[in-house]
Design a binder for this molecule. Structure first.
Ligand SMILES: CC(C)(COP(=O)(O)OP(=O)(O)OC[C@H]1O[C@@H](n2cnc3c(N)ncnc32)[C@H](O)[C@@H]1OP(=O)(O)O)[C@@H](O)C(=O)NCCC(=O)NCCS
Length: 169
Protein backbone atom coordinates (compact mmCIF):
# COMPACT_ATOMS: atom_id res chain seq x y z
CA UNK A 1 0.00 0.00 0.00
CA UNK A 2 1.43 3.42 -0.95
CA UNK A 3 1.78 5.98 1.82
CA UNK A 4 -0.56 8.94 1.50
CA UNK A 5 1.81 10.92 3.73
CA UNK A 6 5.03 10.07 5.53
CA UNK A 7 7.19 12.29 7.74
CA UNK A 8 9.63 11.44 10.52
CA UNK A 9 6.71 11.21 12.97
CA UNK A 10 3.40 10.53 11.15
CA UNK A 11 2.39 8.05 8.46
CA UNK A 12 -1.01 8.29 6.74
CA UNK A 13 -2.63 5.31 4.98
CA UNK A 14 -6.01 3.99 3.96
CA UNK A 15 -8.05 2.75 6.93
CA UNK A 16 -8.83 -0.95 7.16
CA UNK A 17 -11.53 -2.76 9.18
CA UNK A 18 -8.77 -3.73 11.64
CA UNK A 19 -8.40 -0.06 12.62
CA UNK A 20 -11.98 0.24 13.87
CA UNK A 21 -11.33 -0.83 17.46
CA UNK A 22 -8.57 1.73 17.86
CA UNK A 23 -10.69 4.42 16.21
CA UNK A 24 -13.49 3.76 18.65
CA UNK A 25 -10.96 4.23 21.47
CA UNK A 26 -10.17 7.72 20.17
CA UNK A 27 -13.85 8.63 19.84
CA UNK A 28 -14.45 7.38 23.36
CA UNK A 29 -11.81 9.82 24.65
CA UNK A 30 -14.13 12.68 23.67
CA UNK A 31 -17.29 11.12 25.10
CA UNK A 32 -20.31 13.38 24.79
CA UNK A 33 -18.50 16.03 22.76
CA UNK A 34 -18.85 13.87 19.66
CA UNK A 35 -22.08 15.36 18.40
CA UNK A 36 -22.04 13.55 15.06
CA UNK A 37 -22.11 10.21 16.86
CA UNK A 38 -24.70 11.27 19.43
CA UNK A 39 -26.99 12.53 16.69
CA UNK A 40 -26.78 9.13 15.02
CA UNK A 41 -27.41 7.21 18.28
CA UNK A 42 -23.92 5.77 18.40
CA UNK A 43 -23.08 4.84 21.97
CA UNK A 44 -21.11 1.61 21.67
CA UNK A 45 -18.42 -0.01 19.59
CA UNK A 46 -21.06 -2.19 17.88
CA UNK A 47 -23.15 0.88 16.94
CA UNK A 48 -19.98 2.47 15.62
CA UNK A 49 -19.12 -0.57 13.44
CA UNK A 50 -22.65 -0.62 12.00
CA UNK A 51 -22.44 3.05 11.15
CA UNK A 52 -19.02 2.59 9.65
CA UNK A 53 -20.19 -0.19 7.36
CA UNK A 54 -23.35 1.63 6.33
CA UNK A 55 -22.24 5.23 6.00
CA UNK A 56 -18.50 5.66 5.73
CA UNK A 57 -17.48 5.73 2.12
CA UNK A 58 -13.73 6.26 2.42
CA UNK A 59 -11.32 6.69 5.30
CA UNK A 60 -7.67 7.28 6.08
CA UNK A 61 -5.75 7.00 9.33
CA UNK A 62 -2.60 8.51 10.76
CA UNK A 63 -0.18 6.51 12.87
CA UNK A 64 2.90 7.37 14.86
CA UNK A 65 5.80 6.09 12.78
CA UNK A 66 7.83 4.79 15.72
CA UNK A 67 5.17 3.25 17.98
CA UNK A 68 2.43 2.45 15.46
CA UNK A 69 -0.16 4.11 17.74
CA UNK A 70 -3.23 5.41 15.94
CA UNK A 71 -3.22 9.23 16.03
CA UNK A 72 -6.41 10.00 14.18
CA UNK A 73 -8.51 9.61 11.09
CA UNK A 74 -10.29 11.45 8.35
CA UNK A 75 -13.35 9.93 6.74
CA UNK A 76 -15.99 10.78 4.18
CA UNK A 77 -19.61 10.11 5.10
CA UNK A 78 -21.32 11.71 2.12
CA UNK A 79 -19.91 11.46 -1.35
CA UNK A 80 -21.04 12.58 -4.75
CA UNK A 81 -18.17 11.47 -7.00
CA UNK A 82 -17.02 14.21 -9.38
CA UNK A 83 -18.59 16.84 -7.11
CA UNK A 84 -18.25 16.92 -3.30
CA UNK A 85 -17.80 14.94 -0.12
CA UNK A 86 -18.37 15.67 3.56
CA UNK A 87 -15.43 15.00 5.86
CA UNK A 88 -14.93 14.39 9.58
CA UNK A 89 -11.53 14.60 11.20
CA UNK A 90 -10.83 13.04 14.58
CA UNK A 91 -7.51 13.26 16.37
CA UNK A 92 -6.28 11.59 19.54
CA UNK A 93 -7.15 13.99 22.37
CA UNK A 94 -4.31 16.41 23.18
CA UNK A 95 -1.96 14.84 20.65
CA UNK A 96 -0.01 17.74 19.12
CA UNK A 97 2.62 17.76 16.39
CA UNK A 98 3.68 20.25 13.71
CA UNK A 99 3.12 17.41 11.22
CA UNK A 100 -0.65 17.25 11.81
CA UNK A 101 -1.57 19.99 9.32
CA UNK A 102 0.66 18.67 6.47
CA UNK A 103 -0.65 15.14 7.15
CA UNK A 104 -4.30 16.22 6.93
CA UNK A 105 -3.61 18.34 3.83
CA UNK A 106 -2.08 15.29 2.13
CA UNK A 107 -5.22 13.34 3.10
CA UNK A 108 -7.46 16.02 1.56
CA UNK A 109 -5.41 15.91 -1.66
CA UNK A 110 -5.78 12.13 -1.71
CA UNK A 111 -9.58 12.40 -1.38
CA UNK A 112 -9.81 15.17 -4.01
CA UNK A 113 -7.88 13.10 -6.55
CA UNK A 114 -9.36 9.70 -5.79
CA UNK A 115 -12.97 10.88 -6.09
CA UNK A 116 -12.39 13.70 -8.58
CA UNK A 117 -13.94 16.21 -6.16
CA UNK A 118 -14.66 19.88 -6.73
CA UNK A 119 -14.98 20.62 -3.01
CA UNK A 120 -14.79 19.07 0.42
CA UNK A 121 -17.31 20.11 3.06
CA UNK A 122 -17.02 20.13 6.85
CA UNK A 123 -20.11 20.72 9.00
CA UNK A 124 -19.16 21.77 12.51
CA UNK A 125 -21.46 22.17 15.46
CA UNK A 126 -21.72 25.72 16.86
CA UNK A 127 -19.48 25.75 19.92
CA UNK A 128 -16.99 23.24 18.55
CA UNK A 129 -14.23 25.84 18.58
CA UNK A 130 -11.26 23.43 18.07
CA UNK A 131 -12.80 22.08 14.86
CA UNK A 132 -13.53 25.53 13.42
CA UNK A 133 -9.96 26.54 14.22
CA UNK A 134 -8.62 23.45 12.48
CA UNK A 135 -10.80 24.05 9.40
CA UNK A 136 -9.41 27.60 9.10
CA UNK A 137 -5.83 26.39 9.55
CA UNK A 138 -6.37 23.89 6.74
CA UNK A 139 -7.60 26.68 4.43
CA UNK A 140 -11.36 26.03 4.56
CA UNK A 141 -13.74 29.00 4.10
CA UNK A 142 -16.73 29.63 6.35
CA UNK A 143 -19.77 29.49 4.05
CA UNK A 144 -22.58 30.02 6.54
CA UNK A 145 -24.88 28.47 9.11
CA UNK A 146 -26.94 25.34 8.62
CA UNK A 147 -29.92 26.00 10.89
CA UNK A 148 -31.40 23.13 12.90
CA UNK A 149 -29.01 20.72 11.22
CA UNK A 150 -28.81 17.87 13.76
CA UNK A 151 -30.96 16.76 16.67
CA UNK A 152 -28.60 16.31 19.61
CA UNK A 153 -29.41 15.99 23.31
CA UNK A 154 -33.07 16.87 22.83
CA UNK A 155 -32.61 19.98 20.68
CA UNK A 156 -32.11 20.93 17.05
CA UNK A 157 -28.59 22.36 16.78
CA UNK A 158 -27.16 24.82 14.28
CA UNK A 159 -23.97 23.87 12.43
CA UNK A 160 -21.37 25.94 10.66
CA UNK A 161 -20.52 24.91 7.13
CA UNK A 162 -16.94 25.17 5.91
CA UNK A 163 -15.71 24.23 2.42
CA UNK A 164 -12.45 23.97 0.57
CA UNK A 165 -12.24 23.94 -3.23
CA UNK A 166 -9.80 21.73 -5.10
CA UNK A 167 -7.84 24.74 -6.44
CA UNK A 168 -7.50 26.18 -2.92
CA UNK A 169 -5.46 23.25 -1.63
C1 LIG B 1 -11.13 18.88 16.03
C2 LIG B 1 -9.76 18.42 16.54
C3 LIG B 1 -9.07 17.58 15.47
C4 LIG B 1 -8.96 19.71 16.83
O1 LIG B 1 -7.67 19.42 17.32
P1 LIG B 1 -7.04 20.20 18.58
O2 LIG B 1 -7.49 21.58 18.67
O3 LIG B 1 -5.56 19.93 18.51
O4 LIG B 1 -7.71 19.35 19.71
P2 LIG B 1 -7.25 18.92 21.15
O5 LIG B 1 -7.07 17.46 21.15
O6 LIG B 1 -6.07 19.70 21.64
O7 LIG B 1 -8.56 19.37 21.91
C5 LIG B 1 -8.75 20.72 22.24
C6 LIG B 1 -9.89 20.83 23.25
O8 LIG B 1 -11.10 20.92 22.52
C7 LIG B 1 -12.05 20.04 23.05
N1 LIG B 1 -12.99 19.55 22.02
C8 LIG B 1 -12.74 18.60 21.08
N2 LIG B 1 -13.84 18.35 20.36
C9 LIG B 1 -14.79 19.18 20.83
C10 LIG B 1 -16.15 19.38 20.50
N3 LIG B 1 -16.74 18.64 19.54
N4 LIG B 1 -16.87 20.31 21.17
C11 LIG B 1 -16.29 21.03 22.17
N5 LIG B 1 -14.99 20.88 22.55
C12 LIG B 1 -14.27 19.96 21.88
C13 LIG B 1 -11.22 18.89 23.57
O9 LIG B 1 -11.94 18.18 24.54
C14 LIG B 1 -10.02 19.59 24.14
O10 LIG B 1 -10.26 20.00 25.46
P3 LIG B 1 -9.35 19.39 26.66
O11 LIG B 1 -8.00 20.06 26.49
O12 LIG B 1 -10.10 19.79 27.88
O13 LIG B 1 -9.26 17.91 26.43
C15 LIG B 1 -9.87 17.57 17.84
O14 LIG B 1 -10.31 18.37 18.90
C16 LIG B 1 -10.85 16.41 17.69
O15 LIG B 1 -10.50 15.38 17.15
N6 LIG B 1 -12.10 16.59 18.22
C17 LIG B 1 -13.10 15.59 18.23
C18 LIG B 1 -13.67 15.30 16.88
C19 LIG B 1 -14.36 16.44 16.23
O16 LIG B 1 -15.13 17.20 16.82
N7 LIG B 1 -14.09 16.53 14.91
C20 LIG B 1 -14.65 17.51 14.05
C21 LIG B 1 -15.86 17.07 13.35
S1 LIG B 1 -15.91 17.88 11.77
Amino acid sequence: MTDIFKSSTIGVNEATPKDLKELWGIIDEYGKLMSFFLSNNIYSYDDFCDMWNERIVDAIIGRDIKTGILLGCGYLHQLLPGHYATINVIKRRRYQSPEIIPAILAGLKYFFEKHDLVKIVATIREGNVPSSKLAKELGFTFDGILRHHMFIDGKWRDFKIYTILREEL
